[in-house]
Design a protein around this ligand. Structure first.
Ligand code: PEP
Ligand code: MG
Length: 372
């Protein structure tokens, strides 16, 4: 584990005082969150809950859930997953000590949960104690040619509503457990891949109804927010409408860049270096914001969102959330905070301060004030 020495800690404190942008971390384990806090993160801007199912025993439960056919069959894995997730969120909240934690509901490309070939199907069928032919049929039915454009994000809320309901029960259950211990948490729930007001509104209703049921059952209430990722071009184009049913936005620039350019975020190595060498691209747009295209779409979404809700909090949680050049651009278009991997937090913090200081210098000079 890395630690921050006193000089760097002082510098980061100064940077925090001078910055307008908040700097949060993308973290989904207590270890990463602790590291991020050590680097001075303001909290968690993105906890990717699908990462919580990488461990073999959890993957198995998720497979049991997706493959189980009838409502009765789904109850058992859901109950087990609920217990696991409640523990996950409890740990993160406990570590947060009052700092904000934003939890994103499941965003898997569904194929990551499916066995891939005959051998794996046999092995998983044995683990699940089900007929391999039946499993093969289910896998076939769920298979997609373009999973990244398919059954993922909040589309899962519509096809498997009980998975999102389970996660909501776990998030709010953990917060209510802490309330019993005298610790007040305000959960921030984030919906992935939203592309319209209609879709966000449908998912929001699912979330809010589940929360209200829980509050009734516990005879308790907590403040909470329900916001959306901004990672679909269509969501940016209609951001004024999406904002009507969102408490916050957070740009997912990995998907937004992929979908705006039509470049696969996982496969650019084959042509990107040639494009940069030939000067067709100034830089890799997954690493530094493409100001003219993706950036323009982001600015449009910020302006449209704030037209509907002037105080709308707007974050950036894609890979470029920690890139200094991009941070200058985010400062300029009025983003509220960035969220990046824990190890990028210190650099993001310094860049946020620089961006704010250089942005305000000309105004202060014009007013005859002392510039920093
Ligand atoms: C993104 O798309 O930028 C994002 C933050 O989400 P993920 O990388 O998990 O798709
Ligand atoms: Mg994404």
């Amino acid at each position: 584990d890395l630690t921050v020495n006193d000089d760097l800690a002082t510098l980061l404190d100064w940077a925090k005082d001078e910055a307008r942008l908040g700097v949060y971390a993308n973290a989904d384990t207590p270890k990463d969150f602790a590291q991020a806090l050590n680097f001075g993160a303001d909290g968690i801007g993105l906890a990717r809950t699908e990462h919580m199912f990488f461990k073999p025993e959890r993957l198995l439960e998720m497979r049991r859930l997706i493959i189980a056919e009838d409502a009765e069959g789904r109850k058992t894995p859901l109950k087990r997953l609920l217990e696991m997730q409640r523990g996950d969120f409890y740990e993160l909240y406990k570590l947060s000590k009052g700092r904000s934690v934003t939890i994103r509901l499941l965003d898997p490309p569904l194929h990551e949960f499916l066995p891939h070939d005959e051998k794996e199907i046999k092995a998983v069928a044995a683990q699940l104690e089900i007929d391999p032919d039946y499993l093969a049929q289910r896998v076939d039915a769920l298979k997609e040619l373009n999973p990244m454009l398919g059954h993922r994000g909040d589309r899962l809320a519509v096809t498997f509503p009980d998975i999102y309901q389970m996660q909501i029960q776990a998030i709010m259950g953990a917060a209510l457990q802490l309330l019993d211990e005298g610790i007040i948490i305000e959960p921030h729930i984030m919906i992935p891949l939203t592309d319209s007001k209609a879709e966000m509104s449908w998912v929001r209703d699912l979330v809010v109804n589940q929360i209200e049921d829980l509050f009734d059952a516990h005879n308790a209430k907590l403040e909470y927010t329900v916001g959306t990722m901004m990672e679909m071009p269509r969501a940016c184009l209609t951001a004024d409408k999406v904002a009507e049913v969102s408490d916050f936005f957070s740009f997912g620039t990995n998907d937004l860049t992929q979908l705006t350019f039509g470049y696969s975020r996982d496969d650019v190595g084959s042509f990107m270096p040639a494009y940069i060498k030939e000067g067709i691209l100034p830089a890799d747009p997954f690493q530094t914001v493409d100001v003219e295209g993706v950036g323009a779409l982001m600015k449009m979404a910020v302006d449209k969102g704030r037209f509907t809700k002037p105080q709308l909090p707007i974050g950036v949680c894609g890979e470029i959330g920690g890139d200094p050049k991009s941070i200058h651009f985010f400062e300029a278009i009025g983003v509220t905070y960035v969220s990046c991997s824990p190890f990028r937090v210190p650099v993001a913090r310094l860049a946020a301060a620089q961006a704010h200081l250089s942005a305000k210098r000309p105004i202060e000079q014009a007013a005859g004030m002392k510039a920093h």
